[in-house]
Design a protein around this ligand. Structure first.
Ligand code: S3P
Length: 750
């Protein structure tokens, strides 16, 4: 028999009766939000201040005003103590006899150890339904009149459960805070108090103290009259409730004292720098602080230098067809940008860099050197000034160096950190954390370095400082500029000679720049040699436009009928021009104009027009010279007549993604069949690319390659997971639009 249809039941409230003890800003706002969201069937308030209690009723913040704390908690299944921290113990004592057996008890105080101490004193233990809490929200305003239902929206609430906390109680309390719009985090009591001492308590102390100092000056009226934005912004929190804050400092004594001492020491350093006119020191601290402040939100999420874009889901939407016309300069070369910071920092004197790539990868390198005490000004429209500290001048970083998506940074850092006298840890994002690091760790160990990697030779990498390195002779099993550069950098710190032999030519920017900075590097056939113990002298670096970024437009123009495009100032280092050699062999119409040399690197302007491309067998000696350009070369192959065969390219499988498989999968989504081999791919040209959705797997070059593909596709292409385009080519979308690619971005700004 069919059951009678039932009316849709309203969701059950999470709690039947919530008692809020203390109707200040936080208690009042929570009561109001819970009532509004119907998270508790009844919200009862208690407060010593009868007028506040009455206002709570009038303003609809609470359903019921209790006459006493005891009356409020009787029958309550959730009790929230929202009184000043120092009043916690007496409130706990008063309510204890009246608490229901299964009631969940929490608080909203800014310090947690003191609350737990009071709980233990009153209950004789820490009961499993007592869950300390702290909403990181509030304002300098206080009292129930300031209560707002959205006070917790997009704010964090920290809960500090114990190991024995009742899990059901914890999940119901978390659900309540989440329903109020908060993000709930859990951590230990001790960790909470340390973190808050630094991020909240110290700034309040300084604000109170600064305003008090200035108010006490003789000319205080003048000071306050002319105190404009900076003073106002900085001291807003000095208008906070003095009683509450006096409680907080007395309750979180130990953690606050530690952070005050730390701050005092740093402040004395600045004082002394001003006294002795040490501008360099001031610049170092200020520019490091500015970088930290500019990248605040990312640093807060533990990702030192990832710009906002890469934490978001970014999707490219591409309409089929489009033109490729214009005269553009793509951003600076990534490999050279990394090295300019590294060698500039290790040099004596100042290095000025022009054309620096302000992409996430090279910014990660820049930030890591700041973390090791190097003063770096900029970047400002590609200009960076590095105050070199010399080969022995780096300082131990305060924590792990986060290198984002950058394999180059991690491998080159491994070499230069192996020679320092301090320990270091290198970490990276999800993609970097999967990439092989044994290829650098193994030969570095042969040189005497002490290095640990995670399972399978993956990051994080831990390097023990203070080791005496010795030069080795190393025959690289793979053609890798990163491995070669890593060992040459370690060689600067090693006794004797370090000789690295490569199985095929790879990019030689490290060797060129070392020589440019006055360090002797010898080259004999396939072997590069350095001896330790020399010095680097800072200089000027003009970073050419990145041929790896230009490659997208070389292919874009080659496959688009009517295309005519000029690319300016492109780096033409012979170890990087594989993409031009390969495209020319396929029949591309590329002319190289205005060839010149800047700062030890050849550059030229490239002029590209549409051409009928034909498939080829890509010569294996070109593979290392075009190693980053294959994703877009595969698109050229699809648009060519006949078959293109790539072999000897297994390295592509360990780049930011498995570029052979990810490209083949993406092409398959567009209806293009390919044959994948262990070390390459076979592509029959002339297949139509249909509409489809391609997952770039967070690989910047895959995302950009499929953006180019749209020029010849039959329908719309959607490319997902594109945020990492910012690692190498931050203005790709603008430039692509500029030349005529019909690209839109979804999700970047949201
Ligand atoms: C780079 C070397 C190449 C390249 C990477 C940058 C460098 O890697 O793929 O994008 O700057 O040294 P391998 O040398 O490991 O092939």
């Amino acid at each position: 028999m069919a059951k009678p249809k039932q009316a849709q039941a309203l969701p059950e409230p999470l709690f039947q009766r919530m008692a809020v003890l203390g109707l200040g800003l936080i208690g009042g706002s929570l009561a109001k939000a819970v009532r509004e969201q119907k998270l508790a069937a009844c919200v009862v308030g208690a407060d010593l201040r009868q007028d506040e209690l009455q206002r709570g009723l009038e303003l609809g913040v609470i359903d019921e005003a209790a006459e006493s704390l005891a009356a409020a908690v009787s029958g309550a299944d959730l009790v929230v103590i929202a009184v000043p921290v120092r009043a916690m113990a007496s409130v706990l004592t008063e309510i204890r006899p009246h608490l229901e057996k299964n009631a969940v008890l929490t608080d909203v105080g800014s310090t947690k150890a003191s609350f737990v101490t009071s709980v233990e004193a009153v209950f004789g233990c820490w009961p499993d339904r007592v869950i300390p809490g702290h909403p990181i929200a509030g304002s300098e305003k206080s009292g129930i009149a300031a209560a707002r239902t959205d006070l917790f929206n997009n704010h964090k609430v920290i809960l500090t459960p114990s190991e024995t906390t009742n899990s059901g109680a914890l999940s119901r309390l978390s659900a309540l805070w989440s329903a109020c719009g908060a993000t709930v985090l859990t951590m230990s009591v001790e960790h909470h108090d340390e973190v808050l001492a630094a991020t909240s308590h110290l700034p309040h102390l300084i604000a109170f103290s600064l305003v008090d100092t200035l108010a006490g000056e003789d000319d205080n009226l003048e000071i306050f009259r002319y105190a404009a934005g900076g003073f106002r912004d900085f001291t807003r929190i000095a208008a906070s409730d003095p009683v509450m804050w006096h409680d907080i400092f007395l309750s979180n004594r130990e953690a606050v004292l530690r952070v005050i001492d730390h701050f005092n020491a740093d402040l004395s350093v600045l004082r002394e720098a001003i006294e002795v006119g040490d501008g360099k020191r001031l610049l170092q601290v200020f520019s490091r602080a500015k970088a930290a402040r500019d990248h605040f939100s990312k640093m807060l999420s533990g990702q030192a230098y990832v710009t906002a874009m890469s934490q978001k889901q970014v999707t490219f939407k591409l309409q089929p067809g489009g033109d490729v016309r214009g005269d553009i300069r793509v951003p600076g070369d990534k490999s050279i940008s990394h090295r300019s910071i590294m060698l500039g920092a290790l040099s004596e004197g100042v290095t000025e860099v022009e054309g620096f790539l302000e992409g996430e990868d090279s910014l990660a390198t820049l930030q890591a050197f700041r973390d090791m005490g190097v003063t770096i000004e900029g970047p400002d429209k590609g200009f960076v000034r590095i105050h070199g500290v010399g080969l022995q001048g780096l300082q131990a970083p305060r924590g792990p160096l986060y290198l984002g998506n950058s394999g180059t940074a991690m491998r080159l850092f491994s070499g230069l950190l192996a020679g320092q006298n301090f320990d270091a840890e290198l970490t990276g994002d999800e993609s970097l954390s999967k990439r092989p690091m044994g290829r650098v760790a193994d030969p570095l160990r042969e040189m005497g370095a002490v290095i640990e990697t995670a399972d399978g030779g993956r990051p994080p990498i831990r390097i023990k400082g203070g080791q005496a390195l010795k030069g080795i002779r190393y025959d690289m099993p793979i053609a890798s500029a990163q491995v070669k550069s890593c060992l040459l950098l370690a060689g600067l710190y090693a006794g004797g000679e370090t000789k690295v032999t490569e199985p095929a030519p790879t990019r030689d920017h490290t060797e060129r720049m070392l020589q440019g900075f006055g360090y002797r590097v010898e080259r004999e056939d396939a072997t590069a040699r350095v001896s330790g113990g020399g010095r680097l002298t800072g200089g000027h670096i003009d970073v050419p436009a990145d041929i790896s970024s230009a490659a997208f437009f070389l292919v874009a123009a080659s496959i688009t009928p009517g295309a005519d495009l000029t690319l300016r100032h492109v780096g033409m280092n012979p170890t990087r021009v594989g993409v031009i050699n390969i495209l020319k062999q396929m029949g591309a119409d590329i002319t190289v104009d205005n060839e010149r040399e800047v700062g030890g690197e050849p550059v030229a302007d490239l002029h590209v027009r549409h051409a009928r491309l034909k498939g080829i067998s890509i010569p294996e000696d070109q593979v290392p010279l075009a190693i980053d350009e294959f994703p877009v070369l595969f698109i050229a192959a699809v648009c060519a007549e006949g078959e293109t065969i790539l072999t000897g390219a297994e390295e592509l499988r360990v780049k930011e993604s498995d570029r052979i498989q990810v490209m083949a999968d993406g092409l398959a989504e567009l209806g293009v069949k390919t044959t994948v081999t262990p070390d390459g791919i076979v592509i029959q040209g002339g297949q139509a690319m249909q509409t489809g959705t391609v997952n770039s797997h967070g690989d910047h070059r895959i995302a950009m390659a499929f953006s180019v593909a749209a020029l010849r596709a039959k329908g719309e292409i959607t490319v997902t997971d594109c945020a990492n385009v910012a690692t190498s080519f931050p203005n790709f979308v603008d430039l692509a639009k500029n030349v005529g690619i019909r690209i839109e971005v979804e999700g970047a700004g949201g």
